[in-house]
Structure formats: C-alpha cells, structure tokens
Design a binder for this molecule. Structure first.
Ligand code: NDP
Length: 459
C-alpha cells in the first residue's frame, strides 16, 4: 500500500460540497481513528480558523443529529484556514509554508471546474504537486474534448497515479454491492445474459429540484450531471464480464471493456424533459433548453447482451427519490401455470435498491391459494441496513482511499472518455425539451420508450 497522506487540503472549503459531505466524512474518519493530520481549508472568503471550526461543527451536527464532543474536538484541533485568491502566488506560498512538514498532502478541489487549472498550476509552482495527490470532482469536462483537456492539465502537474477522479457512486457500498452480488454468488450469474434477461432498467430519481443550485445546474443538465457518470457506472457494473484477476487494474480493464461495447446513444431513442416552473428559478435562462429529465435506450454490442435493451432514466422533481436497477427476466419457456384471472403472468424481476433503504427485492410467481393451479406474484425482499448494519458513507470511503493512494473506487481517465463517447450524440440536442409537471415520471414520451417502466420502490 502507498504511504498514507499526512495532510488534507480542501480548496473551496466554504462551499456546498464540503459542508454537505466532506466535513461529515472527516468527522467520521476521525471517529474511526483514520484521520489525525492537519486539515487546511482554502477559500477566497476571509474566514478565520474559528469560522472554519464553527461551520464544520454545524455541518457535522446536521449530518449526524448528534456530535461526540471529544471526536469533534480532535478534528477541530487539526483544522486551519488559509484565505486567498487562486490567481495570487502568495496563496500557494502560504500553503507551502503551512505544509512544510507534510510529505504526501492530498488536495481536494471542491471548487468550480473553471478554477481547476489555476489551482493545479499554483500547486505546481511551489512544488506541492510533486509530492501531493489531487482529488477532482465531477463534472469531469463537458464532453470528450474538454475532459481530455482537463486530464492534460492535471497530468502536466501530477503523476497519473496520484490523480483521483470522483464519481461518488463508485464509493457507495450499495453500488459496490452489485459487483459482490454478481461475483460472490453462483445463483444468478449463469442467467446473466440475453438468453434469460428481457431488459434492464436503471432509474435514478430525485424527488427534489435544483436545491438552490439552479444557476450551476442550468449549465449542466441531467445527461451531464447523472447519466454520463453515475448511471453509466451502474450499467458497467451490471453488464461487465468477470475481471481477469482480483486487483484494481483487472477491475478497470473489465469496466472499460464493457463501456467500449456500448453503442453511442441515439437522439431518436432519447426523451429530454424539463419540469414546469424550472425557467422561473433564479440563475436559469428564460429560454433554457437544459433537460432536468432524460430517458434513453442503451444497447451493448456483445455476445452476452445483444438484443437486451437497457432503459435508463434520471430526473429532478419526480414523484420520489430512488436509485434502482430492475432486471426483468424472460417468461418461462413453456407456460404451464396461468396467472390468476387468466392474465399473462408478470415477469420475474430482480430489483436492486441502491438508495435509501438499500437492498434487493426479487419478484417471483407463487401458487395462488385455492383449488386452481394458478400463480400470483410475491416478493422476496432483504433490507441490507437491517441485515448488515451500518455501512460507510461514500465520501468517507473515498477520502480514506485517496489518502491511502488506492485507485479502485475512482474513475480512470479512459472510463470517463468512454462515458463521454457514449453520451456524445445526445449532448446539446437542438430539439426543445418536453415539459412535465413536478411530481410526475417525466414526459409521456418517456413512458412509451420503455414500453412500461417498473415504478421504483419509494421508501
Ligand atoms: P460551490 O458553488 O459551493 O463552490 C465552492 C466554493 O468555491 C465556494 O464556496 C467559493 O468559495 C468557491 N468559488 C466559487 N466560485 C468561484 C470562482 N469563480 N473562483 C474561485 N472560487 C470560487 O461548489 P460545490 O461545493 O457545490 O461544488 C464543488 C465542486 O464539487 C464542483 O466542482 C462541483 O461540480 C462538484 N460537485 C458538487 C456536488 C454538490 O453536491 N455540491 C456534487 C458533486 C460534485 P470562496 O468564494 O469562499 O472562495
């Protein structure tokens, strides 16, 4: 294992991501004895150390309801602040001074992508890039070309082994569970192909809108924000072949191999929607054509998946919040047992619930009570929280891994390039987005696309 980082630097420490995710993650790592090194916040806002500690405490309290004072005090003792402009060399000189004793600092760029270049150059100018690790957040570029450009900027200063690209879905235990489900069990893997599977649906639904980030969101939209990264990562885990070995390189190779087999998405089988009222939100262009919803059909050109459509959808202001994969199996080869009432029996479903209340629900046909031999669907369900206890938060695991120099749960440049290749034909489509009402499952055309979506289990 690479040697662990001995300092953490958070650029953009005054921002939303640090407050929602990173302070709670740092607290949790402190509680588990995984973090006892200087944590330096950097921002343009003129904060002092006390302001940083107060904000950290507020955010940890909001995330955890209660805070263990001894743990928080240990974290607070490590926190300090540097305020400065990213264009000013003095900012980096002060940082270098503060990091004198640190041999392997990790730099988290929780700042708008437009400033990544300036910060990376600033770190390089004082020699910090030579010995540091850098964590970058999505969106990783806006398309294939800009993602390559960003990669060149990072590689010009940092060794590629020390660049950590976050797609936090890779850090979610529930998402990693897809991999474990497939390769730690014998049960379903023989059925995991076009002979037995009819279609696969992936839904990443948000029951909320832009949450005060409409100005940012309007420049991005659902395809870039969620489909290109989180949803394609989930597809890769569902569809990949078994890695050739139990190591990071083999895992990445298997992931890239399946991404390469995905056909570029087609505008003809894509529906883009925008919820009514979005254009009235502050920061949104009055004539915005940004999609807050996208549904599409994906195909994989491989022996395993030929002929199996993957239906994907994501959107804001939908009826609830859920992330689900539903694997719909084909009907039995011979239909010997009619469904109750003579209707066609519903298909067997394997539903992976990846969001809150994560777990698996399997829908099978069981014999209906009574004299007739007919069938009725029943669910076999497991709630992983109840069965397995507390799992770690994604950002807690990702920070921990990056501090160890472990790449497994981070996106490779090649993965990201493949993802951009897949979504390229549906970026910036000129056709107007279709309007949908808040609290619905998007425009009506999206229903027709899949010929029947399975409604997510909203819990
Ligand atoms: P914010 O918009 O909250 O910005 C973070 C901080 O960056 C601000 O507090 C501000 O601090 C500084 N900043 C803002 N604009 C500029 C600018 N033009 N030049 C220099 N500094 C600026 O971002 P988030 O915290 O929401 O996100 C940070 C990064 O993480 C982004 O890359 C974002 O895309 C990504 N991300 C965010 C998620 C989230 O849930 N928030 C989720 C996934 C990814 P100050 O003015 O004090 O310097």
């Amino acid at each position: 294992m690479d040697l662990r980082s001995d300092a953490v630097v958070l650029f953009g420490v005054t921002g939303d991501l640090v407050s929602k995710k990173l302070f709670p993650a740092l607290y949790e790592l402190t509680r588990r004895g995984r973090l006892d090194v200087p944590v330096i916040g950097v921002a343009r806002s003129p904060w002092d150390d006390q302001q940083l500690v107060t904000t950290a405490r507020k955010s940890v309290t909001e995330a955890n309801n209660e805070v263990d004072d001894a743990t928080f005090d240990r974290l607070a003792d490590n926190l300090s602040m540097i305020s400065g402009d990213y264009a000013d060399p003095a900012t980096y000189q002060r940082l270098a001074q503060r990091l004198r004793g640190a041999e392997r600092p990790v730099f988290y760029l929780a700042i708008p992508p437009a400033v990544f270049g300036a910060v990376v150059e600033g770190l390089a100018s004082v020699g910090l890039a030579d010995r540091g690790r850098v964590i970058v957040e999505k969106p990783f570029g806006r398309d294939l070309e800009s993602s390559r450009e960003l990669d060149r900027t990072l590689r010009a200063a940092f060794d590629p082994q020390r660049v950590f690209r976050i797609d936090h879905y890779l850090g979610k235990e529930a998402v990693e569970g897809l991999y474990a489900f497939r390769f730690a069990n014998r049960l379903f893997e023989p059925l995991w192909n076009n002979e037995h599977i009819d279609n696969i649906q992936v839904t990443l639904a948000e029951g909320f809108g832009t949450q005060g980030r409409a100005g940012f969101y309007d420049t991005v939209g659902a395809t870039r924000d969620v489909l290109q990264n989180h949803i394609l990562q989930v597809v890769a885990l569902i569809a990949m072949e078994a890695p050739a070995a139990d190591d990071t390189d083999a895992f990445n190779a298997a992931e890239v191999a399946v991404l390469r087999q995905i056909e570029p998405l087609s505008p003809q089988s894509t529906v883009r929607g925008q919820y009514a009222g979005y254009r009235d939100e502050p920061g949104v262009a009055a004539d915005s054509n940004t999609e807050t919803f996208v549904a599409t059909r994906l195909t994989i050109d491989s022996p395993r998946w030929a002929g199996v459509p993957f239906y994907l959808r994501t959107g804001k202001s939908l009826p609830g919040t859920a992330t689900e994969v539903v694997v719909e199996f084909k009907q039995p080869q011979r239909s010997l047992i009619p469904a109750e009432g003579g209707a066609e029996a519903p298909a067997n479903l394997l539903r992976f619930r990846l969001g809150r209340g994560d777990g698996i629900t399997m829908s099978i046909q069981a014999k209906s009570p009574g004299a007739e031999v007919t069938s009725r669907p029943v669910d076999l369900s497991v709630d992983f929280g109840a069965a397995l206890g507390r799992r770690q938060e994604a950002y807690e695991r990702l920070l921990d891994d990056a501090m160890d120099g472990q790449q497994l749960r981070f996106a490779r440049a090649e993965t990201i390039e493949q993802e951009w290749r897949v979504v390229a034909p549906i970026l910036d489509l000129p056709a107007a987005v279709q309007s949908y009402d808040k609290g619905t499952w998007g425009p009506a055309d999206a229903d027709a696309l899949a010929g029947g979506w399975h409604t997510p289990d909203l819990r």
